[in-house]
Every structure is written in structure tokens, then in C-alpha cells.
Write a protein of this length. Structure first.
Length: 170
């Protein structure tokens, strides 16, 4: 979703035929832009969409990296507003957009990776707890807790059967 928003912003910027490093304040979708910012938006949007198609660790790491870069960009551009160093023509709306988009993308990247209650079959939980035994989920769709209870009850039934069998009563 974030990649599509960036692609739309880039397309609107290219359609308006902006000059590459203009700092005159041309507005696209409420934000100031130039061709350089449109090109960066295009590349980042395509990278996010490609990462979404790849999925897994690649998408998570990419989203965390891009989200962090958006946040850092927002902080950096606060200091260059209305100065000649503002070659991407950022305005305050761009800075706010950068912060919001960075937090959203960063949150998507951390989803399923950072939590206090990850399931034991989650690869991130397993990486943080290498000495813990990995769950044996032989039943499709079984959770680790349910599987352990099933094994425990099966062992209890087996031990009762052995104790009550006539050949073992000596």
C-alpha cells in the first residue's frame, strides 16, 4: 500500500514536468516536489512493491530499513527547510508525510518480528532462544501448547494401560 502511494506521488510529479532540483515549491498532492523527489519516490515505491512480492525476511528487513530512512529523512529535512540545501524541495507537509509514512512502513516491517508473545514456531523466536527445543508440530495446524498437552495426555493413557494390563500384574 505504501509503495503504491509513493508510485502515485512519483507519477503525479513526473506528469507535471518539474525541473530536477527546483526549490520553487511546486505542489503535488499537497506536498512540494521536484523531479529528483519524484525519482526517489519511484525507486522506493518499486522497491517496497518488489519486497512485498518476495515476502518473508526480505520484505520485513526492507520495510524496517525504508521506514528508518523515512524517519531520518524527516529529521534531516526539518533542518534544511527554507534553505538552499533543500534540494528535494521539502516543505513542512513533506516532513510530516515522511514521519507518518516512516512509522507505518517501520510498523509493517516489525509485524510478526518484534513482540513479547511470539509463538514458539516463529523463526524470530527460535533465533532469540537457540537453546530451547523447537516444537514438534507433527499435527497440521497444531499450536505448540496443544501439541505438548496432547503428548502428555497420550503418555498418561499409555502408562495407565501398561499398569492395568493383566500380564504386568506380578
Amino acid at each position: 500500500m505504501c509503495g503504491l502511494i509513493l508510485l502515485l506521488f512519483a507519477a503525479l510529479g513526473f506528469a507535471d514536468t518539474l525541473s530536477p532540483f527546483s526549490t520553487s515549491g511546486d505542489r503535488i498532492a499537497g506536498m512540494t516536489s521536484n523531479t529528483s523527489l519524484s525519482a526517489i519516490s519511484l525507486v522506493v515505491g518499486l522497491a517496497l512493491i518488489a519486497g512485498a512480492f518476495v515476502g518473508g525476511n526480505t520484505a520485513s528487513t526492507l520495510n524496517m530499513t525504508v521506514g528508518t530512512l523515512f524517519l531520518l529523512s524527516g529529521f534531516a529535512h526539518i533542518f534544511v527547510l527554507d534553505r538552499p540545501a533543500n534540494f528535494l524541495d521539502f516543505g513542512m507537509t513533506n516532513v510530516i508525510f515522511s514521519f507518518i509514512m516512516g512509522l507505518v512502513i517501520l510498523t509493517f516491517g516489525m509485524y510478526g518480528r518484534v513482540s513479547s508473545k511470539l509463538s514458539h514456531d516463529n523463526p524470530y523466536w527460535q533465533r532469540r532462544h537457540p537453546r530451547q527445543p523447537r516444537p514438534n508440530l507433527s499435527v497440521v495446524g497444531a499450536s505448540p501448547g496443544r501439541h505438548l498437552r496432547t503428548n502428555h495426555s497420550a503418555r498418561s493413557r499409555a502408562s495407565r494401560t501398561v499398569r492395568s494390563h493383566p500380564s504386568t500384574n506380578n
